[in-house]
Design a protein around this ligand. Structure first.
Ligand code: NAI
Ligand code: 13P
Length: 328
């Protein structure tokens, strides 16, 4: 919709023939965006070859679990001049790889070619033209600028950033904290608890992020604090909603069945647990959420464990070595 509002012809690829017909004939997508009329410039296809015929840019927004498969399908129709943007927030859980790594592996291009688009941007509000700001990051600044030029419109403001790693990590890891914020609300805790989760959540995201090569300042930006706030507080957030149901004591499978859309934070919690072990970085909130999701720990016990941790200094955000790297 953002692109079509600029007069750009948009091809959408879907596996679902019924959805394709609905978009092409009724210009609607009732299941995902009820009561919204889509631009006639948006045409849906189920055939990827047709969808990609003569396109200049491709935007990949499949759930993280489908990224490798979708990138593989894209490969035969991709060429060097085609801009590749993704807006997926997660990891490939099995390999712990970031999304741009998986896409570049499958396309056979350098990671510098890939752009990530992230930040506080629930589709339900973007499609209503509510003012939204996002960040596009790429190791190659020219690619990020191409994406900025492509997406920027009157209600969709786009910033660039060179920190691909930080933007991808921030977008993926905030979903875990949003699950925690939902659990806190589901348990009936108040604003103090939620503010604590967001603040200490950002501290642990920053801590692992800088160990993995991210710029700490990225976490104060749209992909960091911006998206964390929106995902942990918005009525549209699937991660917050799922967390809230878990906090109310509903079993995980029942929660997932009731959502009907992807809740990326669940898979990402698994990846974060593995990454925190690999890098030897403490992620106490993600660890407790892992226990709740995958080891049947009760949410109240998880809260007690977090509140009862050893005494800490608030500034222990990163290792001394990394701190010195960024402050000398
Ligand atoms: N919904 C939102 O407002 C935002 C979502 N995102 C991210 O976008 C990604 C996708 O999220 P949503 O579209 O919201 O999820 P969704 O659950 O609403 O829709 C996912 C779509 O992908 C399709 N799909 C699943 N597996 C597939 C496969 N193997 N091949 C092709 N299509 C497949 C599903 O059929 C469904 O149509 C996630 O990583 C999410 O974090 C990022 C920013 C905002
Ligand atoms: O990342 C998002 C908004 O920026 C979407 O978050 P949810 O998947 O929790 O709805």
């Amino acid at each position: 919709s953002v692109l079509a509002d600029k007069g750009i012809q948009v091809h959408m690829w879907t596996r679902n023939e019924q959805q394709m017909n609905e978009i092409n004939t009724k210009h609607s997508n009732q299941r995902y965006l009820p009561d919204i009329t889509l631009s006639p410039l948006i045409t849906a296809f189920t055939d990827m070859k047709e969808a990609l015929h003569e396109v200049e840019a491709v935007i990949i927004v499949a759930p993280s679990s489908a990224i490798r498969e979708v990138s593989k399908q894209l490969k035969p129709y991709w060429h060097e001049d085609m801009l590749v943007v993704h807006a997926t927030k997660g990891f490939e859980t099995e390999s712990m790889k970031r999304i741009s790594t998986v896409i570049s592996e499958e396309l056979g291009c350098s990671e510098g070619h890939i752009v990530v688009l992230s930040g506080p941007s629930h589709a339900e509000e973007v499609v209503k033209k509510c003012p939204t700001t996002v960040v596009v990051a790429s190791l190659e600044e020219a690619q990020a600028r191409r994406a900025q030029d492509l997406f920027m419109n009157t209600y969709f403001r786009v910033y660039t950033n060179r920190d691909l790693v930080g933007v991808e990590l921030a977008g993926a890891l905030k979903n875990i904290i949003a699950l925690g914020a939902g659990m806190s609300d589901g348990l009936g805790f108040g604003d103090n608890a939620k503010a604590a989760l967001l603040t200490r959540g950002l501290a642990e995201i920053t801590r692992i992020g800088v160990e993995m090569g991210a710029n700490p300042l990225t976490f104060s930006g749209l992909a960091g604090i911006g998206d964390l706030v929106v995902t942990a507080t918005s009525q549209h957030s699937r991660n917050w909603r799922a967390g809230s149901l878990l906090g109310q004591g509903k079993p995980l499978q029942e929660v997932l069945n009731s959502m009907g859309m992807v809740v990326e934070g669940i898979r990402t919690t698994k990846a974060a647990r593995a990454i925190s072990k690999k890098y030897g970085v403490q992620m106490p909130i993600a660890t407790q959420i892992y226990h709740v999701l995958f080891e049947d720990m009760d949410t109240k016990t998880a809260v007690e464990a977090l509140m009862g941790r050893d005494k800490k200094n608030e500034m222990e955000m990163m290792s001394q070595e990394t701190y010195e790297q960024w402050h000398t």
